[in-house]
Design a protein around this ligand. Structure first.
Ligand SMILES: Cc1cc2nc3c(=O)[nH]c(=O)nc-3n(C[C@H](O)[C@H](O)[C@H](O)COP(=O)(O)O)c2cc1C
Ligand SMILES: CC(C)CC(=O)C(=O)O
Length: 389
């Protein structure tokens, strides 16, 4: 029988009664304001910000809020098990930490702290290509815990091949290929603060330690940081890629490959035809296409189109346990969590990330039980109704 994540609430009450108040709020939507007070508008603006006027990020929330759970009663939820099989892996809950780059802007222990937190809670950690710590170091911090690697598919084939080799050698088992960022979107909050970490060489650690990347530089990085940054900016993604190019990745990666940033059902079908194993229905947390369809609106259409052919994952806007429940009901096998864990990291390092994971899963466990389910597998579309707009 699985662990009852919801029991975390009693730990918090008991700690509070003995005078040890919880270090961070349990409503995860309160973290952003706290971390902004601590770290200032530049870094937090970068994390919190989105594309254009923010309409996609708002739509992500609205699409989840519009759907309401219709709880069922008297269904024996005494013993519950949140575990889920995802891409052949037995996970303790249908959750992974989304790939988020440049975490050193939030905390000096950056990706290592987030990865350790994920490992401690048994949740897969998806390391970004644009991490501020080289992948080998993050892997070492994780022991043998479940880790996935997110690829920004570089223009330079040798760099891509080298990243795949390094990720494989470092024990990353699943490759998550992000498709929605062939260019950086128009992001007014960062433009107005003139804040883009990459231009200072932050989030480039995997590149600046990569033999294939370094081979394209005339001078070592420490002698000409500008040239190294320009090479990174010019090659980290490739707007020229098309569907047939996926064959290269399929040839060079033995494990599961998941395409992140799929919103159209036809693209999900193309992913299946290209021999991919899954998709993440995501609009990058509203950071790429302003005016885009909300991820939760796209999810049921994609899930219906692919049926059992692909594993369907979901992110963009998940903030609560009931959001996780709704994503499963809309057809996701599991969800990825983005900004909330990054705020937890900014507020309290590894402990802050663990707090966020535990709060989210406690709330999910309780929502599941109070809605009449003892396991995520029984949640279906009939558990939701759409409230009128
Ligand atoms: C600061 C920041 C950096 C991100 N960096 C990456 C990245 O390097 N690779 C990637 O695939 N997605 C990246 N994402 C997108 C997340 O993986 C995820 O899709 C998004 O945060 C989910 O939405 P949420 O923040 O509303 O949960 C980033 C998101 C944020 C907020
Ligand atoms: C542009 C990337 C390098 C980082 C990212 O994915 C993001 O900021 O959303």
């Amino acid at each position: 029988m699985g662990k009852h994540w919801g029991d975390f609430q009693y730990e918090i009450y008991l700690n509070g009664m003995t005078g040890a108040v919880p270090r961070l709020p349990t409503d995860l939507t309160r973290l952003e304001a706290l971390v902004e007070r601590r770290l200032g508008p530049g870094p937090v603006g970068y994390v919190a910000g989105s594309a254009g006027n923010g309409s996609t990020a708002l739509a992500n929330r609205a699409a989840l809020d519009r759907r309401r759970i219709v709880p069922r009663m008297l269904r024996d939820v005494h013993e519950r098990d949140l575990s889920a099989e995802v891409l052949g892996r037995a996970l303790p809950a249908p959750l992974a930490l989304a790939p988020v780059g440049v975490l050193s802007i939030m905390h000096p222990d950056a990706e290592c702290a987030a990865a350790r937190a994920a490992a401690a809670q048994g949740v897969p950690y998806i390391l970004s290509s644009a991490s501020s710590t080289p992948m080998e170091q993050v892997a070492e911090a994780m022991g043998d815990a479940e880790r996935w690697f997110q690829l920004y598919w570089a223009k330079d084939r040798e760099v891509t091949r080298s990243f795949l080799d390094r990720a494989k050698a470092s024990g990353f088992g699943v490759l998550v290929v992000t498709l929605d960022t062939p260019l950086l979107a128009w992001r007014p909050r960062d433009l107005d603060q003139a804040y883009l970490p990459f231009l200072h060489g932050v989030g480039t650690a995997n590149y600046f330690t990569d033999p294939a990347f370094l081979a394209g530089l005339a001078k070592p990085v420490h002698e000409d940081l500008n040239a190294a940054v320009l090479r990174f900016v010019g090659m980290f993604a490739d707007p020229g890629k098309t569907w047939p190019d996926l064959a290269f990745l399929r040839r060079h990666w033995d494990g599961p490959i998941v395409l992140k940033g799929v919103l159209h059902p036809d693209d999900a079908l193309l992913a299946a035809e290209a021999g991919m194993d899954g998709v993440v229905v995501s609009n990058h947390g509203g950071r790429q296409v302003a005016g885009s369809v909300a991820a939760a609106d796209a999810l049921p259409r994609v899930a219906r189109a692919v049926g059992d052919r692909l594993t369907v994952l979901f992110d963009s806007g998940v903030r609560t346990g009931d959001d996780v429940f709704k994503a499963l009901a809309l057809g996701a096998r599991a969800v990825l969590l983005g900004r909330p864990y990054v705020y937890g990291l900014g507020l309290d390092g590894q402990a802050g990330v663990e707090h966020v994971i535990r709060c989210l899963l406690a709330e999910f466990d309780l929502t599941l039980a109070l809605s009449g389910h003892a396991t995520p597998a029984t949640v279906t579309a009939s558990d939701l109704e759409e409230s009128p707009a």
